[in-house]
Each structure stands twice: as structure tokens, then as C-alpha cells.
Design a protein around this ligand. Structure first.
Ligand code: SF4
Length: 307
């Protein structure tokens, strides 16, 4: 694993995204140190985006530490990769924290009496969003990115404030990639400050940068995975989720077992039982893209009855 930070600037243009990201990190470092003497808290899964983010932090020479949320549903190969990287960061003198979940995904589903849906992502809140004492008041630095957009550079603002939507549909979770991402965000609810230095990077920027600096990425990308994260995440498309469940079938089995538990936990709910006779049926319904799109009235009824 190559952690050499030497960098040949000769091949990069003046406004290369990495140069801009580094300037941004150096610009906010004083404020970050004022908030926490450990510097920025780099929130990382060690997927491709957060790997690039970490490399930029080290190149920028800004003070920072690394924090990783254990979700319990990440691909095993990503977990091994993350562990090896964290050891390497510690060897370089950086602090690292692994934050354990309070409730597993399976416990959360039984508590909420449903599998997570795109419109009801209770798992993100608990597995990735929960304020961690390890982070304290540090500025969070994240590898989230906006979706590619032709005029994205024209709309660029360096310092922006997150406005939460009133109807819940415009809420951007900290780990989401969305057109609404900004370079600097402040969450009024939790008084968190977040710097997203690669918010405007494209996929090509990420891969070009990794190649240019010789940054090792998780081996799963070589198998054709384009995004790494929670296995079976409802935010992904069905084809991608099926690919994940074929690659790690034990997670599919666990989702089906959990779906069965959800049904069995409330045996007197006839409405729900009419809709799903088994955990497998519930799981099959949950896997459909259509199900995960805007819930129609009938689907919402199921949950309202169930709650
Ligand atoms: S990324 Fe997906 S599966 Fe993971 S916690 Fe968030 S919504 Fe749930």
C-alpha cells in the first residue's frame, strides 16, 4: 500500500479540482482547529470518494483524524480494506475511531416493524447519522458529491447553508450524494459544520485522481461494483441490490429472516398478513424498484396499519 504523499503538480492545470479542494481545506483549517484541537473529523467508509478525501487531507497537511461508522451491513472486503487503511493511518500518526452502532440493522427493522424504504430511511439516522462522542464538536469532512450536472460549476458557491425541506422530501442526509450538496454545510438541528471538498467532483475526477496519485481502492471496484456501501440499501436500484445479494447471499438470508420476524412479531395484524404470507414474499415486494419509488396510497396504508 503506497502512502507516499509526494505529488508532481506539473501535470495538473491551475484550477484542477484537487488544488481547489486543498486550498479549501487549508482555508477552513483555522476554524476547524478552533472547534476541536484535533482538527477536521474525516468521516470515511473507505469507499472510493472518502479514500480520495483522506488523500487530499494528507496532501493539504491540515490537522485531522478519521472516523468510521460500523454499520454491520458493509461488504466484508470493504471492511478488511478499511481496517488495513486505518492501521496505516495510525502508523502515520493519525487518530482513528471506529464507532459501533447502538442497534444492528436487524434490530432496527424489528423495532420499526418494517424494512427500510427510500422514503423511510430510519437506518441511516441510526447507523450513520447518530452523533458520536468521538467526533465532538469537530468540523466534519465528508466525501459526498453532487450528481453530475452540466452547469454545476456555474452554480458553485463556496460557503452555503443547508436548508431542510419542510415536507421531508428535500432532506439531504449527510452521507447522500445529491444535487443539493454544498461545499460547506451547517446543520441547524445538530449545530454540525461540514466541509465537503469534493462535492463538485465527477466520477471521472475521482478515478483520474486515484490513478494519478496511485491511490489504492477497494478490490470490489475491479469486480464491477460502482458504489460500495450497505448491502441491500433501498436507495440503490434493484439490479444493483440483486448483484449484491448474489455476491453476499447470507445478507439476503438475513433480510428474509428479519422480514419473517417483522410479520411474526405482530401476529394479530391481519391486514399485513393478507399482503405478505411469508418473509420471502415481503422481501420480494421490498426488492421491487416500483415499491421503492413514491409509495402509493395502498402501500402507505400497510405501514399506517402496521405502526
Ligand atoms: S445507506 Fe442505505 S441501508 Fe445504509 S443506513 Fe443509509 S439508507 Fe440504510
Amino acid at each position: 500500500m503506497d502512502y507516499q504523499l509526494e505529488w508532481n503538480e506539473a501535470g495538473r492545470t491551475k484550477n484542477a479540482p484537487d488544488v481547489e479542494a486543498i486550498k479549501l481545506l487549508q482555508f477552513y483549517e483555522g476554524a476547524a482547529l478552533h472547534a476541536d484541537p484535533r482538527g477536521y473529523c474525516v468521516c470515511t467508509s473507505e469507499g472510493k470518494d472518502s479514500r480520495v478525501l483522506g488523500h487530499l487531507m494528507r496532501r493539504a497537511g491540515v490537522k485531522h483524524f478519521y472516523m468510521h461508522n460500523i454499520t454491520g451491513i458493509d461488504p466484508p472486503e470493504l471492511i478488511y480494506f478499511q481496517r488495513a487503511n486505518f492501521q496505516a493511518y495510525r502508523d502515520l500518526g493519525y487518530l482513528t475511531y471506529d464507532v459501533m452502532y447502538q442497534y444492528s440493522m436487524w434490530e432496527l427493522c424489528r423495532k420499526k416493524r418494517m424494512l427500510p424504504m427510500r422514503q423511510r430511511r430510519f437506518c441511516c439516522e441510526s447507523l450513520k447519522e447518530r452523533p458520536a462522542p468521538e467526533c465532538g464538536k469537530a468540523f466534519k469532512c465528508m466525501g459526498v458529491r453532487k450528481f453530475e450536472s452540466s452547469n454545476r460549476m456555474k452554480k458553485r458557491n463556496e460557503l452555503e447553508i443547508v436548508e431542510h425541506g419542510k415536507d421531508g422530501k428535500n432532506i439531504v442526509m449527510p452521507f447522500d450524494n445529491s444535487e443539493n450538496r454544498r461545499i460547506f454545510e451547517q446543520c441547524y438541528a445538530t449545530a454540525e459544520r461540514r466541509v465537503n471538498p469534493i462535492a463538485y467532483w465527477t466520477d471521472s475526477d475521482i478515478w483520474d485522481y486515484s490513478k494519478d496519485v496511485g491511490l489504492e481502492q477497494c478490490s470490489l471496484y475491479d469486480e464491477g461494483f460502482t458504489r460500495l456501501g450497505c448491502i441491500g440499501c433501498p436507495m440503490a436500484r434493484r439490479a444493483g441490490r440483486e448483484h449484491e445479494f448474489n455476491r453476499w447471499p447470507k445478507f439476503r438470508d438475513q433480510y428474509i429472516r428479519t422480514a419473517q420476524h417483522i410479520i411474526d412479531d405482530k401476529p394479530d395484524n391481519h391486514y399485513f398478513k393478507q399482503k405478505f404470507r411469508s418473509g420471502q414474499e415481503y422481501f420480494d415486494w421490498w426488492m421491487q424498484d416500483r415499491t421503492q419509488e413514491e409509495a402509493d396510497d395502498n402501500q402507505m396504508d400497510v405501514w399506517e396499519e402496521w405502526r
